[in-house]
Design a protein around this ligand. Sequence first.
Ligand SMILES: CC(C)(COP(=O)(O)OP(=O)(O)OC[C@H]1O[C@@H](n2cnc3c(N)ncnc32)[C@H](O)[C@@H]1OP(=O)(O)O)[C@@H](O)C(=O)NCCC(=O)NCCS
Length: 295
Amino acid sequence: MSGILMNMWGCMKSSSVFDCTLIHLPVVHNVAGNITAINNGEGIIPFEVNRVYYLYDIPGGEGRGAHAHKELQQLIVAASGSFDITIDDGKTKRTFNLSRPYLGLYLPPGLWREINNFSSGAICLVLASENYQNEDYLRDYEAFKLYKHVRFVEYSKTFLDLSWTWLNDPEIKELTMTNDFTKEDQKRFFDSLTNKEDYLVKGICFDSKPIGACGLKNIDHGKAEYWGYIGEKKYWGKGIGQIVLDEMVRTARELLLEKLYLKVDRNNQRAIRSYKKFGFIEESDSELILMTYKL
Ligand SMILES: CC(C)(COP(=O)(O)OP(=O)(O)OC[C@H]1O[C@@H](n2cnc3c(N)ncnc32)[C@H](O)[C@@H]1OP(=O)(O)O)[C@@H](O)C(=O)NCCC(=O)NCCS
């Protein structure tokens, strides 16, 4: 995936309603009627257009489109008639009324949007940065708000120190099948990170609070082993595990991997449910379950 898209992912997490801007599109005036053209590469809008779609025949007063995107950028234009777009970043809401075919509303990723109050005969034209991808949509408002809270950051010394406490907790130690380890083992692991090509690790934060870690190991021949845990127990059972898996799948796709696998203890029912819900398939059935996910 391109650097632009990677930045967009960070943008998804931090974008606010104040990142939406109205863009004045070029107009060629003509007595026979005006024309507005948008070409890729001219810098009129801040992304390359890969898809165009439009909504029409919408009954007057109707509303559409309550969802958010993880990576997609959009420009929305009232090509005819008018409508309201309400944008929500989980904290603040803003409503724009669009009624001019030469004004486009730019939406970065990571904003909940609803389109309402269509005038009769209105046409809502959308220029989008990506083709349709179902997994790019967040259609549940609570899931969207959770997404905005969970961030993935560099695995720093702070996470290393916290992981001493997290992984020495008897319950987490058993669930994660962690062997005994010393502070020296930890230091060796941390120092080796910069040179390891078959391994990556990220810190998980809820807002700015470190709550766990995740990563890929044994990255080799198009495959990698997923691992991850939430070390702060009060964050268990809230659905954060799905967001962690989503992040690791996105990372694995960036690395052009084809398959992820993981190993989980048969008794770790919460983790097994979380993996199955995400789409991992159980492949071997013993005390240690092997699960895989095709990318
Ligand atoms: C495993 C882990 C990453 C899952 O993340 P999570 O955000 O807590 O998971 P979710 O909230 O999505 O819950 C997963 C499912 O388990 C269910 N669940 C919650 N607590 C449960 C419990 N005690 N027993 C069984 N199922 C449970 C949830 O209801 C949910 O199922 P549903 O979506 O069908 O309702 C996280 O709990 C964790 O880190 N646990 C400790 C360490 C660990 O086990 N790591 C994995 C090692 S392989």
